[in-house]
Design a protein around this ligand. Structure first.
Ligand code: TYM
Length: 322
């Protein structure tokens, strides 16, 4: 199994990023023959327009990923733009990309629907993502549900290229964590920076508690039974606890006689404990910027080696090498 996944350095990571993606990265690094994880700064260029901010976000993202358990001895951690082969591969794929396919992709479609100006970078974003995946011969792509459409595009482009030029690319598949495919935010919608409903992994625990207390709930009185399955607060709590605690909380919901405030306090407690170790490790890493840079440098060298082979294969197949 060869695993690849990317995450945008558009700001600090939130619970959706962790449970939907990063948790899987950590689990898969021990199972895979090779695991490639990268900070998608080229993708982030479509939204982060301040160079200083992008640079800082990129380093912060690397520190966050290491603190959360990416182990550079088991996984290749790097920055997307440090592997220029991907951008070259992207062009080859672009020549096999029907416009209609990109017009249906949600990032671009949503922006247009809101009447916001979109650039070619945003429009062709899924093609770069396809190159990210195909460049490493990856077969497994751990992501949240919102990325599934993009991986379908990647599969379409790979088949189309293979159909024309022969078996060049490995066909990848999305890997979704069922309970965390779409982590809800404080308003019950998908947790996302663009909805302003995120809870940060490394935010100060006091601030996190405050945000949790603001999670929107219905106004059912304390004594009334509640349905845990349809409640996003319960869904968030479930991400942090084992089966036993989950069942206990579900039983309390069904019995009634408690307020959502109690669940929120319980959620803040488990979340604080859950990320405590990573928070400590993060502080250590922050004091070792040289180590972080070395990890990214080594990662880029490893990733380039693999990507160069795949690029060569694709270039030869389509007649670019003469
Ligand atoms: P990005 O940066 O938006 O998100 C990173 C990862 O976090 C997941 N995620 C969620 N999962 C569950 N619930 C949520 N509320 C939630 N919010 C975010 C995302 O699904 C994603 O897995 N296009 C990608 C980055 C990318 C990439 C790639 C991914 C670039 N190239 C190649 C895989 C393979 C993105 O914008 O993710």
């Amino acid at each position: 199994m060869i695993v690849v996944s990317g995450i945008q350095p558009t700001g600090r990571f939130h619970w959706g990023n962790y449970f939907g993606a990063i948790k899987q990265y950590v689990e898969l690094q021990d199972q895979a023959d090779a695991a490639y994880y990268f900070i998608a700064n080229l993708h982030a260029l479509t939204t982060v327009r301040d160079a200083k901010v992008l640079r800082q976000n990129t380093i912060d993202a690397a520190i966050d990923l290491l603190a959360l358990g990416i182990n550079p001895d088991r996984a290749t951690l790097f920055v997307q733009s440090d592997v220029p082969e991907v951008s070259q591969l992207c062009w080859l794929l672009m020549t096999r990309t029907p416009l209609g396919l990109l017009e249906r992709c949600h990032a671009y479609k949503d922006k247009r629907a809101k009447g916001l100006p979109a650039d070619a970078g945003l429009f062709t974003y899924p093609v770069l993502m396809a190159a990210d995946i195909l460049a490493y011969d990856a077969d497994t792509v751990p992501v949240g549900e919102d990325q599934v459409q993009h991986i379908e595009v990647c599969r379409d482009l790979a088949s189309s290229f293979n159909y024309l030029y022969g078996e060049v690319f490995v066909m990848p598949k999305a890997k979704i964590m069922e309970q965390a495919a779409r982590v809800p935010g404080t308003d019950g919608e998908k947790m996302s920076k663009s909805y302003n409903n995120t809870i940060g992994i490394f935010d100060d625990p006091k601030a996190v508690r405050k945000t949790i207390m603001r999670i929107v709930t219905d106004s059912r009185p304390v004594d009334q039974p509640k349905d845990p399955e349809t409640d996003h607060l319960f869904q968030l709590y479930s991400l942090f606890v084992g089966e036993k605690e989950r069942e206990e909380m579900a039983a309390r919901y069904r019995r009634g006689g408690f307020g959502y405030g109690e669940v929120k306090q319980a959620l803040a407690d488990v979340a604080e404990k859950f990320f405590a170790e990573a928070r400590e490790y993060r502080k250590e890493l922050e004091a070792k910027p040289q180590f972080v840079r070395e990890v990214l440098g080594d990662g880029a060298a490893m990733a380039r080696k693999r990507a160069a082979e795949v690029l060569q294969r694709a270039q030869s197949a389509c007649g670019i090498k003469y």
